[in-house]
Design a protein around this ligand. Sequence first.
Ligand code: SF4
Length: 305
Amino acid sequence: MTDDASKPRARATLTSVHILLTYACNFSCDHCFLFSGPEARGTFTVTMLISMLDDIKKSGIANVCFEGGEAFLYYPLLVEGIRYAHELGLKTSVVTNAYWARSIADAELWLKPLASLSVGKISVSADAFHFGDEVENSAKRALAAAKALGIPTSTLRTEKPAIQSVDGKRTVGGTTLFKGRAVEKFIDGLPRRPWEELVTCPHEKLAEPSRVHLDAYGNVHLCQGVCMGNALKTPLSALIDNYHAEDDPICGLLLDGGPAALARKYNLPHEASYVDECHFCYMLRRALIETYPDILAPRQVYGIT
Ligand code: SF4
């Protein structure tokens, strides 16, 4: 570990912790990078949740977002988490697939306790992965109920991968990220790029993260399955202070030269081409799980049970 004070420090940039209240979900979406589904394990207890919220407060982080999996599957825990977070002076938000919104009136029943706690925002997954081509769906009903109760809202839409032509070249469009279950479900037949070209991490600010995800095992994720450490072993504030991406055996290489650097450093066998950086990165990380079990965790987000 370096003590070079000039290096970026996560404490300066981190503003939000996303609490993966549970990995369980009523859906098993093809694009899910956490391999969530009805059988997925890993749910907070109330004791752990309270303790982690205390640590988040001590770390000086102001925002918590409750998500999953599907956070509403553990509704009393969700409500208690929001209540206690507000008691600590933290700002809150929630992500949901709105499976519970069977009618607008039903949705209001679920959302009234959150409205009375002044939850900051509810974000609803509203895409074809969750609702196919249903025109009237629970996302719309949940958003209408939230609006009626004065809860700020946003919608989350992931587009399926589609082959498109850019400057005469076949490329992959859509907003699906190729990690987790999406790799198993979507990569067949998609255009690929040579592995040597995949020299960046295009989606995460690994050196200066603005948010991390915290799961029920204590893993603090910078990207799904790429962890700065475990908050059950080391207090969150110490993890944040000790994190220097440049010194990390995974993130340092990704920052330096993307997944191609990871492959070279560890001399890992690989294919000639991949759909994109995340696809290559995910496959390499999966091969390194036994080498870095505390960083590349939990195994279930790599489809290994
Ligand atoms: S390149 Fe790797 S670390 Fe970066 S966003 Fe993609 S999967 Fe995550």
